[in-house]
Design a protein. Structure first.
Length: 216
């Protein structure tokens, strides 16, 4: 089915030990302790700030397709974060075709019960690229549909920038998919663009893409 292009469906802590200094025998405090501790704190601060910035970047949503995410309610970022992935996706109007396909394939419980997965979720427009007759045929074939949908699922968190910049991942379908890019521009398998990235649900990361991926 060559025209179906695309997907349906760890932070190191660096300990810093600072010992308190006792008084000298003559009763005076060790005045060198304070500058030393201050210097260490000053040195540590940029590292902490950098780690915080990096973590924030890994969680930030990005992409033109994010405009389709509702501002409030169950389909908003806050709302989706409270629900498991299949349920969360059902509240996003731009993913209704994907949700219908997941239901047809009987994968709702599989996706909702999985932990720390990533779903590369094609939009309705992605499915619209497939000729209707061909799409209808796939939707009616549970085995083929399941194969395509599970190809869009990776059993680990994949977030931009690090996870999407250059990666090769094994999918639930047992195939592999690749990611590449930088900034706010990333591709999956060199064909699908991430149009809204780093969307979190209760059990998954969702990367919304503009093309349905094909198992390979």
């Amino acid at each position: 089915m060559p025209s179906i292009v695309g997907a349906l469906a760890e932070a190191a802590v660096l300990p810093l030990a600072v010992s308190a200094c006792s008084s000298d025998d003559d009763g005076k405090d060790d005045s060198a302790a304070s500058p030393s501790s201050s210097a260490m704190a000053t040195t540590a601060a940029p590292t902490t700030q950098a780690a915080t910035s990096s973590a924030a970047a890994m969680d930030a949503h990005f992409g033109s397709g994010c405009a389709s995410v509702p501002k409030n309610g169950a389909g908003s970022y806050d709302g989706m974060a409270k629900d498991p992935v299949a349920t969360a996706a059902s509240h996003n109007p731009a993913l209704s075709t994907l949700v219908a396909a997941v239901q047809k394939a009987g994968l709702v419980d599989t996706l909702n019960n999985a932990q720390n997965i990533t779903v590369f979720a094609p939009t309705n427009d992605a499915f619209a690229k497939i000729p209707k007759a061909q799409l209808d045929k796939v939707l009616a074939d549970k085995a083929t549909l399941t194969k395509i949908l599970t190809y869009h699922v990776v059993g680990q968190p994949v977030k931009a920038p690090d996870g999407l910049a250059k990666g090769t991942y094994t999918t639930l379908e047992k195939g592999t998919l690749t990611t590449a890019g930088s900034g706010e521009s990333y591709k999956v398998n060199d064909t699908a663009n991430v149009v809204c990235g780093n969307v979190s649900t209760a059990n998954a990361t969702v990367q919304i893409i503009d093309t349905v991926l094909m198992p390979k």
